[in-house]
Design a binder for this molecule. Sequence first.
Ligand SMILES: Nc1nc2c(ncn2[C@@H]2O[C@H](COP(=O)(O)OP(=O)(O)OP(=O)(O)O)[C@@H](O)[C@H]2O)c(=O)[nH]1
Ligand SMILES: [Mg+2]
Length: 323
Amino acid sequence: MPSSRTNFNILMLGKRGTGKTSMLAVLWNELKKFTSREIVYFRQDWQTSNIFGEALSQLKEMFNSPGLSIGEGIEGTDEPQDLSIELCTPNHTEPHLQLNFWDYSGGLLSAKNATEELNQKINDAHIFFIIVDAPALMELNGKFNNIRNNPDYFRNLLNNRLNEPLNVVFIVTKSEKYVRKNMKKNLFQKVKASYYELIEELRPGSNCSICIVQTLGQIVLNELLVNKDSAGREYPIYTFSKVSENSKFNPKDVTLPFQILLQNAIISSINERRASWDGLNWLRDLVGRDYDLAQALNHISEVTKVNNDSSSLVEFSDLKEII
Ligand SMILES: Nc1nc2c(ncn2[C@@H]2O[C@H](COP(=O)(O)OP(=O)(O)OP(=O)(O)O)[C@@H](O)[C@H]2O)c(=O)[nH]1
Ligand SMILES: [Mg+2]
């Protein structure tokens, strides 16, 4: 019998404070929406639940500050964290899929060489989530885009993988202000223009998309202050505020990247299983071995459609038309 569990590795990349851990914690909480006792459910180990649960309550806590002010949010991730979520279906005791999220700390990404550990993760990743900080793209004509997002650095980081088709999802965070101002199209354009080199070098067969997520929902960028470090280099400081005194934690479209990742993971799991059965796939079809995973995928697509705004996502074929 082939192994009944497929590992699917997701590498989260993005500079310090762009919102990787926040996005994962909120996503983890939103998994409930996908859970259906008859079709699909998710399991996490104790450590993963602890880390996400703690981050989530700190993010919610931000809304408890007086007036329009907001609390501090979560602390940066100093050590890279490996977190995992298992996808299970009721007819199988073993999980079908193990989704390994590698939350790489932005502070460890240096402008020069990647560490051996990071290179290993780049080699082993099945999908790359590149987190993009929206204010850096949009404010002051993108003046701080290189400091906050550094697109060339990520292009170079993926260099050794660019000779094969890749799955890349750009996830735009801190986007609430621009979504409220109907500027999604503008955001897509800016992402495409600033990550142009990477996007253009993706091989045919790659899947590339851009998702605009609102991790917190009712907190918007208030102003961007320009400060100087001891060497006289300018850097930005953001201040956010609640939309109104009654603003609540209200994430939007955070499950869009998850849908893309599950599509890839489920299809690769089905392919892996079928490849190991070689000429006997007719037998798999006869007994419906792949049926529950296919059904899970359908269910997840349906739930995503209902819970997300499809205008927050563009995929590779549409990307070509953006500019
Ligand atoms: N308004 C808004 N704020 C966000 C969003 N995502 C994250 N934040 C804020 O940004 C802060 C930093 O986010 P983190 O999730 O710690 O960023 P990170 O990418 O994990 O950073 P490192 O762990 O240092 O690499 C959080 O405490 C939140 O206050 C978002 O989508 N919208
Ligand atoms: Mg983090």
